[in-house]
Design a protein around this ligand. Structure first.
Ligand code: AR6
Length: 173
């Protein structure tokens, strides 16, 4: 199961996977951070498609084509804004991963890459977020062993180390 789970450092927009996950906002009309880079590189047709989607609630996910990106699909999910941790943030972050994985399953996606949702502008502490991400990925892989690969894409060393640490901790529980 953990062989299907990869943690890498890099830029998610460069990956030739079936789907990449975007850390979007509820308008789904673009923004800064990873959302901005994805829209920039995918091209203006992405915004056209997003305008048809009617936004997205936190914890939910919607899918579009990936246009000029090497991936085939983009799964847009909306993470929680960190407000100290007792305002339902962990449940909402778990829901983001679950919604994204379930949408991938429905679309027949076998390889999916995800960023550290909510860990930039939205301020979620990376170590706590990484534990949730890995926990949800391992749960999903256990239920759906035909998924070929889940890749967590870390943009910096701090994120990469947090994911490694949490994967080791969960595997040695
Ligand atoms: N590849 C992989 N990870 C990346 C990349 C990349 N190219 N670029 C950034 N990251 P953020 P959020 C990491 O702020 O916290 C936007 O304006 C980054 O280092 O993009 O969910 C949206 O429109 C961080 O670890 O997303 C929303 O308004 C992680 O991706 C809001 O920001 C997420 O950082 C969403 O905030």
């Amino acid at each position: 199961m953990s062989e299907q789970l990869k943690i890498i450092k890099g830029d998610i927009t460069e990956l030739s996977v079936d789907a990449i996950v975007n850390a979007a906002n509820s308008s789904l009309l673009g923004g800064g951070g990873i959302d901005g880079i994805i829209h920039l590189k995918a091209g203006p047709d992405l915004l056209k498609e997003c305008k048809q989607l009617g936004g997205c609630l936190a914890g939910h996910a919607k899918i579009t084509k990936a246009y000029n990106l090497p991936a085939k699909w983009i799964i847009h999910t909306v993470g929680p804004v960190w407000r100290g941790g007792s305002k339902g943030e962990p449940q909402l972050l778990s829901a983001c991963y679950q919604s994204s994985f379930n949408l991938a399953l429905k679309q027949g996606i076998k390889t999916i890459a995800l960023p550290a949702i909510s860990c930039g502008v939205y301020g979620y502490p990376i170590l706590q977020a990484a534990a949730i991400a890995i926990h949800e990925a391992l749960n999903f892989l256990e239920l759906h062993p035909d998924i070929e690969r889940i890749t967590f894409v870390c943009f910096d060393d701090a994120a990469f180390e947090s994911y490694q640490l949490q994967l080791d901790a969960i595997l040695h529980e």
